[in-house]
Write a protein that binds this ligand. Structure first.
Ligand code: NAD
Length: 444
C-alpha cells in the first residue's frame, strides 16, 4: 500500500520529474509473505579478528537456508559484521575495512547488521569502541538507499546461541520499517528454546491483544495468529462488532472489556485462567489520544490518556504476574510511540504516557527475567492508519518523508516486530524498546 505521492513517483511523469527536481523517491518496501526465503540472496559475513560470534552466526544463517559468502560478490542481500573483536577504538578501522568496498553492492531492501558487545558489559577502551558502533550504524542507515536498512545487535557474552530469532527477524522482510535500531540480546537471560517450526513459532500459545478491533491491534492479532497463536482479541464493548469480525477472521476469541475498569485485571485473569489455563503473550496495544496544548488541557483529558495508556497496563501486569496467569517463558509487550521519545506539540499527556511505557519496560525487565519471561516495547513512528489519515496534509507529509525510508509504515510492520518479541526463541530479548519508524528524524 503506497501513499499517493509514492504512487506518483512510479508513474512515467513521476519517474521523469522526481530525479530532475531532487524530490524524495521512497522505495517500495518488500514485506513478508509466508513461505518466502529468509533472505532474497546471499549474505556476506565478516568479523574483526577475535570476534566471538562469527562461527555461531554462520551456522545460524545456514540453518535459515541463507547462502553465506566469505568473499565479496557483485550483489549482496545482506552484509553482516561481527564487531565483538573490536576491543579498542583503533580497531574500529576493521568496521570501515569490511564495509567500505561492499556498501554500494547491497541489493534493494538489503540489510546491514553489525554485531557487538553491550557497552555496559564491557570496560574501558572496549566499552568506548563498542559504544561507537551506534554512530556508525545510525549514519549508514541514513546513507542506504532503495529500502535497505541497518541495525546494531549487542549480544551479551554467553548469549551467542540465543540471537537466532533476532537475526532472522532483522534479515527478513518482516523488519521492513525497522531501521537504525540498537537491540540488546542476552543481557538478562542467556538461553532460548529453538522452535520446532520457524513458520509457526506460536503454535499452542495463547496471545492477548488489547485494542484489537481495528488499526494496529487488528494487524497484531492477524500476525500472531499467522504464527500459530490462539488470539484473545480485547476491546471496549462499543467496538464489539468490529472486534468479533477480527476475532473470527483470525480464529480467535473476542473479549469485550474496558481495561480501565477497576475490576478489569481480575476479570481478565479469571477469563484467561478459566478458558486457557493462562496466557503466553500479552500485548498492551490499546491506546488513546486527547490532544490539547498543556494550557488548554483539562484534567480529565490528562487522566484519560494516562489511565488507558499506562495505569491500566500496570494494573493488568501486576495481576497477571501476581496470580501467575502469565505462563513460563511468557511475554509482555508495550506499545510506546516516538512521541514518548521525542515529545510532540499538543501531546504532553500522550508523550508522558508513552515514555511511561518505556519506564514500564525498564523496571519490568529484571522482574520478568526472574519470573521467567520478557518485557519489551515497540515505539511506532508514522504508521498509515485511520488515525494518521486524519492528520493535516502538511504534517502528514512531513511525518512520512522526514525519515530514511521516506514513507509511513504499515500496521503490519509494528505487528511483525511484536511477533519477533513473542517468539519463544526470543527469550533472551528482554528490556528493549525498538522503534518501528523507518529511521524518522524525530527524536533520532
Ligand atoms: P486506534 O485508535 O485505531 O486503536 C486503538 C484501539 O484501542 C481501539 O480499538 C480502541 O477502542 C481501543 N481502546 C481504547 N481504550 C480502550 C480501553 N479502555 N479498553 C480496551 N480497549 C481500548 O489506534 P492505532 O493507531 O491502531 O494505535 C494502536 C496503538 O499504537 C496505540 O497504543 C497508539 O498509541 C500506538 N501508536 C500508533 C501510531 C500510529 O501512527 N497510528 C504511532 C505510534 C503509536
Amino acid at each position: 500500500m503506497a501513499d499517493r505521492y509514492q504512487q506518483f513517483t512510479k508513474t512515467p511523469v513521476g519517474k521523469f520529474v522526481v530525479p530532475k527536481l531532487g524530490l524524495p523517491n521512497p522505495a517500495t518496501l518488500r514485506r513478508y509473505r509466508p513461505g518466502q526465503p529468509a533472505l532474497e540472496g546471499p549474505a556476506l559475513l565478516g568479523a574483526a579478528p577475535g570476534g566471538r560470534l562469527e562461527k555461531t552466526v554462520k551456522a545460524q544463517l545456514a540453518a535459515a537456508g541463507i547462502e553465506v559468502l566469505a568473499a565479496p560478490a557483485d550483489r549482496h542481500a545482506a552484509l553482516v559484521f561481527d564487531a565483538t573483536g573490536v576491543k579498542d577504538p583503533a580497531q574500529l578501522r576493521e568496521v570501515y575495512r569490511f564495509f567500505h568496498p561492499v556498501i554500494r553492492k547491497i541489493g534493494s531492501c538489503g540489510r546491514v547488521v553489525v554485531l557487538g558487545t553491550p557497552p555496559e558489559l564491557a570496560e574501558g577502551r572496549e566499552r568506548i569502541a563498542q559504544r561507537a558502533l551506534e554512530g556508525f550504524v545510525r549514519s549508514v542507515g541514513k546513507e542506504l538507499k532503495r529500502g535497505a536498512t541497518a541495525q546494531l545487535v549487542y549480544v551479551a557474552e554467553g548469549a551467542e546461541e540465543a540471537s537466532e530469532s533476532t537475526l532472522r527477524f532483522l534479515l527478513s522482510a518482516k523488519s521492513a520499517f525497522v531501521d537504525a535500531q540498537v537491540i540488546r540480546v542476552g543481557t538478562h537471560l542467556k538461553t532460548a528454546p529453538v522452535p520446532a517450526n520457524w513458520e509457526k513459532p506460536l503454535e499452542g500459545k495463547v496471545a492477548l491483544v488489547t485494542g484489537a478491533s481495528r488499526g494496529i491491534g487488528a494487524a497484531i492479532a492477524e500476525t500472531l495468529a499467522r504464527d500459530g497463536a490462539h488470539v484473545v482479541a480485547l476491546d471496549i464493548p462499543a467496538q464489539g462488532g468490529d472486534l468479533s469480525t477480527v476475532a473470527n477472521r483470525v480464529g480467535g476469541s473476542a473479549l469485550q472489556l474496558d481495561i480501565t475498569a477497576a475490576d478489569a485485571p481480575e476479570k481478565l485473569a479469571g477469563y484467561l485462567t478459566k478458558r486457557h489455563g493462562g496466557v503466553d503473550v500479552v500485548v498492551h496495544n490499546a491506546g488513546i489520544t486527547r490532544d490539547k496544548t498543556l494550557g488548554n488541557m483539562t484534567e480529565a483529558g490528562w487522566d484519560a490518556v494516562l489511565t488507558v495508556n499506562l495505569a491500566a497496563q500496570l494494573a493488568v501486569n501486576d495481576t497477571l504476574l501476581g496470580d501467575k496467569v502469565l505462563n513460563e517463558n511468557g511475554r509482555i509487550v508495550g506499545v510506546s510511540s516516538i512521541a514518548g521519545i521525542a515529545g510532540n506539540v499538543g501531546q504532553t499527556n500522550y508523550g508522558t504516557s508513552k515514555a511511561g511505557v518505556i519506564g514500564m519496560v525498564n523496571v519490568g525487565a529484571p522482574q520478568l527475567a526472574e519470573y521467567g519471561g520478557t518485557i519489551n516495547a515497540v515505539a511506532p513512528g508514522f504508521i498509515e492508519t485511520k488515525m494518521t489519515a486524519a492528520v493535516p496534509l502538511f504534517i502528514r507529509e512531513a511525518g512520512r518523508r522526514l525519515s530514511s525510508l521516506g514513507q509511513g509504515g504499515l500496521p503490519v510492520d509494528v505487528a511483525e516486530t511484536i511477533a519477533w518479541y513473542a517468539n519463544p526463541a526470543s527469550a533472551a530479548v528482554n528490556g528493549n524498546v525498538v522503534r518501528v519508524c523507518g529511521q524518522a528524524l524525530l527524536g533520532a
